[in-house]
Every structure is written in structure tokens, then in C-alpha cells.
Design a binder for this molecule. Structure first.
Ligand code: MLT
Ligand code: ZN
Length: 474
């Protein structure tokens, strides 16, 4: 007699066809491990449906067999949010074959895209139509729309255009009973009861499977200007941010912070990178953009930086003189995660505090970590304009990675202690995933966690979707 898992795999194969159901360990390997290599799961099967109807079939079959579903997009989670457990009972549902651009609408200023399209492909589709999809994250070449929405990704342009949830007008979602909710509306105003789409955005795949979305676009960018600056202190970075907010106003698209230590790792581990300014303990990358044809962006940036230099806020600055140079500045910033991965084991603290308190966070958390683990490399960087710092810690040079990771909880607690004192959050943009479920009770316990459990129970009563993510003890 066939086992439950063999029976389910056979039914999935019958529903989806050859090539869409993987069960061999070698075929499933890439779907079973997270990007950081922290979680090694054991899926029962990996399914790759290519239509929404097939996603619904998968949900019905898995629900019938009592097999949990782990939705997976580009598998770029930093918190193990898309990796199955070791139990061998979960089906990984990859959305990678749902990648159609269903529509791009220049009147509505929207695009309707399927979940498996990468963020970069979606950006390119918007650009081809003369518009801008204003969401940008370091992993955009792999991260897929479904995952980006399910985790409410933030990234580099949040200070100007908001997080993923601010760009969503409509969603299509497969629910726990296999029903398809067609909420693909293009409405800019729609007050008709609870805003259901926002429940799924940021739910980390625990409430339903996002299969498509209507995203809000912006007019295409006609000019850009960027600068890479070396600064004497984190306080100076704040002063510069304030200055730019007034001078550049809506043209300020990104204001990214990098510590001296984190840039040093990029220069060391990423081929072809070079520092465009003198060495410093603090750097920022400024990116301005406009869709107004006659906006003198370069002059604005140049004048603002001259004032900042005069005021002692910057020590050195390089202005991009070409698009290639601007992209080189961004390369230096966007390779931070990869460089830290190559430097050994790292502990990621994706935290946020009020913007004005970032210097306090940087100073206090660095001092405490240095005492707790002498030799560790404190390499913070991130989205200063949003108060979101990746307060990452890399193992001491030559140390045993496993021994360092064994101290992860203790070191995270030190950083989070400072974050809490400053009124911040332990998860700014990466989500809770599997990594941080243990913190939910302490940070969101009581009324908030009770409400969240109620929502989970209402939408996914049998706990089908992504068990072990967000909620402690499941
Ligand atoms: C980034 O902003 O590059 C990321 O969110 C990555 C990270 O924390 O390592
Ligand atoms: Zn980030």
C-alpha cells in the first residue's frame, strides 16, 4: 500500500504533469536550503504549478492529505521564511512558473503581474512602458513579486515611495480551502469593509498564496544624480539627511548608510569594487531622481554637498558623472550581504529605530557587542532614511563559524535590548520567518499576538500555510 506521501505525490503529479513535481533529493536541494545556509529543510515534494488553477489544485490536495505548504518565491529570505522544516511532511510550493505580466496601464499607472516574476523583471516591464516601479532591494534579480509582497519588502526607496504594502492596489490569492480570491482591483479609493489585501501583505505566506498583484506605478525617471560621501560621524549623516530633505524634497529617492567596517568587507570580498572617496568610519549613498524634464538635479546635489562640506558634515564626496558611475556606487552598497556571507558566519539584526536615534543605536550596540564578543566584526549598514539599520555582526577573523553562531541569540539580545530602549522594532523589513519566532511573545505578546492568532485561525484554521513561521511554537 502506498504511503500518504507517495499517494500525495502521485496526485500532485497527476494534477500538474511531468516536470512540475520534484521528489528526488538532488532536484529538491535548491528549494530546501535558505540563502544564508542557516536552515536545511526536508520537503516531501516541491511543486511548480504554472497556472492559478494549478495552485488551487495543490492547496486542495495538500489540505486533503494534511500536508503543510511552504510557499517559496526567489528563496532570498534572510530569516528562513521560505524553508520547510526537517519533518519531511511539507510541500514546497514554488511560484517560479507564474511569471506573466498581465497588464501595464499608463492611465491607471498600474501593472498587473504574477507572483513568480522577479522584482527586476517587473521593474523592467514598468520601465519599458515609461513608468517606474519604485521598489528596489539588493536581491531584486532573484526575489519574486509574491515573496516581496508576502514579506512587505522595504529596501532602498522606502523613504520616498513607502514599503511594498504602499504599492499594492489589488491581489489575487489562493485561500486555505482552495478558493481563489480575485481582488485584482485597480481602485485608488475603495472603502468597503476590511482591507483584505493588506492582511496578506506581510503575512509571510501564513494566510494564503499570493498569485498575482496590481501594483501602483510612478512616472518614469527622466534624470538621476547620485553621490557617495565619506562622513565624520553618524550624527553628520543625520544632518546631511535633514539638509537634503529640504533641498531635494521629493527628488530624494534613497539615503543609504554604510559603516567603515561593512564597506571594508565589500572592498575585500567583491571583485571590481573600489572606494570613490577617502576612507572613513561612515559613508552614505545619496540617490536623487526626478520625472520633471527640467529639474536641475545635479546642481541641487552639488550645491547641497558644498554646503554640507562647509558645515563639516562630510569629509569627502564623489558625484556620479555617468550612469555607469552611479551604478558602481550602488554596486558597493548592494553587495554588502554577499560580502558578509563570504566573510564567514554572520548574525543579522534587521532593526529599526526612530531616524533621529540611529547614531545612538550605532554607538551603544557596537560598544556592548565589542565587550561581549571581542574580535567580532560590527558591520552595520542600511536604510538610514527609514531608521532601518542592518546591525550585522560577522564572526571574528579565523574563528569557528559554528561557535560564533552558537552565540547568536545572546548577541541578538544585546542589540535588541538597545533597540527596545530606543522604541524600535526587532524586525524592520526582513520579517519574522523561522529565525525570530522566539521574540514574538516578548515584543508582540498580549493583545497583538492574540489578534494575529485570531486572523490566522480565521483564514487558515488547520494551519496549512507555512507552519513554524511568525508564530512561536507552531
Ligand atoms: C540589504 O539592504 O542589502 C539587505 O536587506 C541585506 C542584509 O541585511 O544583509
Ligand atoms: Zn535592507
Amino acid at each position: 500500500m502506498a504511503s500518504v506521501s507517495e499517494g500525495l505525490a502521485a496526485h500532485l503529479l497527476a494534477a500538474l504533469g511531468d516536470g512540475a513535481v520534484l521528489t528526488g533529493p538532488y532536484d529538491m536541494a535548491g528549494y530546501a536550503v535558505d540563502w544564508r545556509g542557516l536552515y536545511h529543510g526536508r520537503p516531501l515534494a516541491v511543486v511548480r504549478p504554472s497556472t492559478v488553477a494549478q495552485v488551487a489544485d495543490v492547496v486542495r490536495l495538500c489540505a486533503g492529505a494534511g500536508a503543510p505548504i511552504v510557499p517559496q518565491g526567489g528563496n532570498t529570505s534572510m530569516v528562513g521564511g521560505a524553508t520547510p522544516s526537517q519533518a519531511g511532511s511539507a510541500v514546497v510550493l514554488s511560484l517560479e512558473r507564474l511569471r506573466t505580466v498581465r497588464a501595464v496601464d499608463p492611465v491607471e499607472m498600474t501593472m498587473t503581474v504574477e507572483a513568480g516574476l522577479t522584482l527586476l523583471q517587473a521593474q523592467e516591464a514598468a520601465e519599458a512602458a515609461g513608468m517606474l516601479l519604485p521598489l528596489s532591494i539588493s536581491s531584486e534579480g532573484s526575489a519574486q513579486i509574491g515573496g516581496v509582497l508576502a514579506t512587505n519588502a522595504g529596501g532602498n526607496n522606502t523613504l520616498r515611495f513607502g514599503n511594498a504594502r504602499d504599492l499594492v492596489l489589488g491581489l489575487e490569492v489562493v485561500l486555505a480551502d482552495g478558493a481563489v480570491w480575485d481582488g485584482l482591483r485597480h481602485l485608488h479609493k475603495d472603502n468597503t469593509g476590511y482591507c483584505l489585501r493588506q492582511l496578506f501583505v506581510g503575512s509571510e505566506g501564513t494566510l494564503g498564496i499570493i498569485t498575482a498583484a496590481v501594483l501602483r506605478l510612478q512616472p518614469g525617471v527622466t534624470a538621476r544624480a547620485a553621490a557617495f560621501c565619506a562622513l565624520p560621524s553618524a550624527e553628520a549623516a543625520l544632518a546631511l539627511l535633514g539638509r537634503l530633505r529640504l533641498r531635494a524634497a521629493a527628488a530624494l529617492h534613497a539615503f543609504e548608510y554604510m559603516s567603515g567596517g561593512s564597506v571594508a568587507l565589500v572592498l575585500r570580498h567583491i571583485e571590481g569594487t573600489h572606494l570613490p572617496v577617502g576612507a572613513a568610519d561612515h559613508y552614505v549613498l545619496i540617490d536623487l531622481g526626478t520625472s520633471a524634464p527640467a529639474d536641475p538635479l545635479e546642481a541641487t546635489l552639488e550645491e547641497t554637498l558644498a554646503e554640507a562640506l562647509e558645515a563639516g558634515e562630510i569629509a569627502d564626496a564623489a558625484l556620479s558623472r555617468s550612469e555607469a558611475q552611479r551604478l558602481a556606487f550602488w554596486h558597493l552598497r548592494e553587495e554588502h550581504a554577499e560580502a558578509q556571507k563570504r566573510a564567514g558566519a554572520s548574525i543579522k539584526n534587521d532593526v529599526s529605530v526612530p531616524v533621529s536615534l540611529v547614531p545612538v543605536l550605532l554607538r551603544e550596540a557596537a560598544a556592548l557587542c565589542a565587550v561581549a564578543a571581542p574580535g567580532l566584526r560590527v558591520v552595520p549598514f542600511g536604510h538610514l532614511g527609514d531608521g532601518n539599520i542592518h546591525f550585522n555582526l560577522v564572526q571574528p577573523e579565523g574563528a569557528d563559524p559554528a561557535a560564533f553562531l552558537a552565540r547568536a541569540d545572546a548577541l541578538m539580545a544585546i542589540v535588541n535590548g538597545v533597540v527596545k530602549d530606543l522604541g524600535g522594532s526587532f524586525s524592520a523589513e526582513h520579517g519574522v520567518g523561522r529565525l525570530k519566532t522566539g521574540l514574538m511573545e516578548e515584543w508582540r505578546g498580549g493583545v497583538e499576538l492574540r489578534l494575529m492568532r485570531g486572523i490566522k485561525a480565521a483564514l487558515d484554521p488547520s494551519g496549512l500555510f507555512n507552519p513554524g513561521v511568525i508564530f512561536p511554537g507552531r
